[in-house]
Design a protein around this ligand. Structure first.
Ligand SMILES: Cc1cc2nc3c(=O)[nH]c(=O)nc-3n(C[C@H](O)[C@H](O)[C@H](O)COP(=O)(O)OP(=O)(O)OC[C@H]3O[C@@H](n4cnc5c(N)ncnc54)[C@H](O)[C@@H]3O)c2cc1C
Length: 376
């Protein structure tokens, strides 16, 4: 597309920030509108697998993140009560050779900051919650909750699971509570009093699971994230929760797990939401990426990775093709098969539980994959 094209990105999450950074490097006039007043350091870790590191490499953010992040030697699946090792996937140097980049675990805020650093200062307008989108001929009019307005030639809806842009693309399609909640806690590993925790382990139980890993190379902080059956009645995106709730949900788990839960000074709780599958990711001058078009269960630790890959492939399509409609069509053709597969396996919650070859996930390279081939 013409480089003067005004591109508005709605949402400065991991997908939106990646799209903004990439498109700006290509010379587009990018403006990002984010509803939050600022981006806070919420308590969450994240897996950044080799396929995601390749996107970061293109943005010159890989090195910095690699220095901060924890590089697990393996991803280990263990049985909830006995601790029996069900599967151990080699990562570290072996993974790097096999998949073309490192696999790290990191604080989510550090990942976000590393991407935002690549977005030109002043690009993001904070405190701007999109309330309406109107396409008038060749221009899209955007209205925000604070009464302000803006115009753009192309709008990328990277506004997450409760996307407003999605409404304008496919009509009402509210997010759904899946019946599962995720408990999270981050705390200094010194609190464990010298107990050795096996890094990057998923403990598989009959009614839930828990992942435990470090989020910095220094191993100063340990992180736990669970999935358990639960209810959600709040409008908030997360809330603090009593430690007893987590202890009860994981009673009977291996002593190592119980110690990590019991030692946490504070737990939070998050509803796990998804959306019904949609098969149209664009309409006119609007296009969706990430959770806005395929929010999924987080059981492959790949939702953000898919959003960032989407951003890379969409940007490549916009660079390659003069017409936005052709670019959006090429983008959807290129991305939908891969995202659908990840979504399906995430819902099954089977990934890496038993011997698995994950090369199709981690070996993928959104920067170089031929566009439109449905290759993954
Ligand atoms: C418990 C849990 C663990 C997870 N672990 C991992 C993991 O290890 N690895 C991984 O890859 N993924 C993981 N995920 C998934 C991942 O968090 C999401 O898939 C990812 O954040 C989606 O990115 P996004 O940019 O599409 O949307 P979001 O990150 O949700 O960003 C959307 C942005 O849009 C803004 N916004 C929303 N509405 C508006 C509006 N109307 N106007 C303006 N701005 C708006 C929001 O404030 C937000 O900043 C996990 C998810 C959960 C729940």
């Amino acid at each position: 597309m013409r480089r003067g094209t005004r591109i508005a990105v709605i949402g400065a999450g991991l997908g939106g920030a990646t799209a903004a950074a990439w498109l700006q490097r290509e010379g587009f006039a990018v403006r990002v509108y984010e509803q939050a007043r600022s981006l806070e350091r919420i308590g969450a870790g994240i897996h950044v697998s080799a396929n995601v590191m390749k996107v970061l490499r293109h943005l010159d953010a890989e090195h910095r993140l690699s220095q901060i992040g924890n590089h697990p030697d393996t991803f280990t699946s263990r049985k909830w009560d006995s601790g029996e090792v069900l599967f151990e996937l080699p990562l570290g140097e072996t993974g790097k050779q096999r998949y073309g980049a490192s696999y790290i675990t990191v604080h989510r805020h550090d990942l976000h900051a590393a991407i935002l650093e690549k977005v030109a200062p002043g690009t993001i307008a904070f405190g701007r919650q999109l309330t309406a989108v109107q396409q008038n001929g060749d221009v899209v009019q955007l209205s925000f909750a604070d009464g302000s307005e803006a115009a753009a030639d192309v709008v990328i809806g990277a506004d997450g699971v409760n996307s407003k842009v999605r409404e304008a693309v496919v009509g009402p399609s509210p997010s759904r509570f899946t019946g599962a909640v995720a408990h999270r806690a981050i705390y200094p590993s010194t609190r464990l009093g010298g107990m050795q925790v096996r890094n990057c382990t998923k403990w598989w139980g009959p009614n839930g699971h828990i992942l435990i890993y470090y989020i910095e190379q220094s191993r100063n902080d340990i992180y736990l994230v669970t999935s358990a059956k639960g209810e959600w009645h709040s409008q908030a995106s997360w809330e603090l929760c009593r430690r007893e709730e987590v202890i009860n949900a994981f009673a009977g788990f291996h002593p190592e797990v119980r110690t990590v839960i019991e030692t946490a000074p504070q737990h939070s709780k998050w509803p796990i939401l998804d959306i019904a599958p949609i098969d149209t990711w664009s309409r006119g001058r609007l296009v969706l990426l990430g959770d806005a078009c395929h929010a999924m269960m987080p059981y492959m630790a790949s939702g953000a990775g898919m959003a960032m890959e989407d951003a890379a492939v969409l940007a490549r399509c916009l660079v390659q093709l003069a017409d936005h409609a052709a670019a959006f069509a090429l983008y959807q053709t290129s991305r939908m098969p891969r995202v659908s597969k990840v979504r399906r396996i995430s819902a099954e919650n089977s990934f890496l539980r038993s011997p698995t070859d994950p090369t199709w996930v981690f070996g993928y390279d959104a920067v170089n994959v031929p566009l439109g081939t449905q290759q993954y």
